[in-house]
Design a protein around this ligand. Structure first.
Ligand code: HEM
Length: 136
């Protein structure tokens, strides 16, 4: 009859939290990066898609002109990094919440982190090495 006993309802499914403040800083980062993204993304949307002819005027020359200014390169770099890290941290939370098997959780997060690394590295490389004088 022993196997009919209910498991302790408070038995932890996962090991106890590590004794550091990572989740606290991650919570704070979501709020701060979210606020920064409101300005960065809405500004980007306004400039690229609405003001002064909007999306119709965007071509190689337009991007080259914009990226001749360190200000806009820094803007785009901040938007890339913050959106990637904010989105990745958000998905990490969702995976932790919904993927129940340890293996599934582990592999979903590995795929997420590898894709984050590739996108951040590729985007950063393009922003830093963009050559307005390219021919072809
Ligand atoms: C535009 C301004 C944005 C603001 C103000 C914002 C704000 C937030 C905040 C406060 C959270 C935490 C929610 C919680 O802990 O319950 C969150 C979660 C999240 N954000 Fe953003 N965010 C913004 C943009 C973005 C962008 C651009 C992405 C994608 C790249 C994104 C993806 C996510 C994801 C996947 C989550 C997790 C959702 C969840 O836990 O259920 N957010 N956001």
């Amino acid at each position: 009859m022993a196997d009919l006993a209910l498991a302790n309802p408070r038995a932890p499914k996962r090991p106890a939290a590590r004794r550091n403040n990572f989740e606290l800083y991650s919570w704070l980062f979501m709020r701060i990066s979210g606020l920064a993204l409101v300005i960065l993304v809405l500004g980007h949307l306004l400039i690229m898609n609405i003001l002064d002819g909007g999306v119709h005027r965007i071509n190689f020359g337009f991007v080259a002109g914009r990226w001749s200014s360190p200000f806009w390169r820094t803007w785009d770099l901040a938007m890339l990094w913050l959106a990637e890290l904010h989105g990745t941290n958000g998905l990490r939370t969702i995976i932790n919440d919904y993927a129940e098997r340890d293996q599934t959780r582990f592999w979903l997060k590995m795929v997420l982190y590898v894709s984050t690394f590739l996108v951040v590295m590729l985007g950063t490389l393009v922003i830093f090495t963009f050559d307005p004088a390219i021919t072809g």
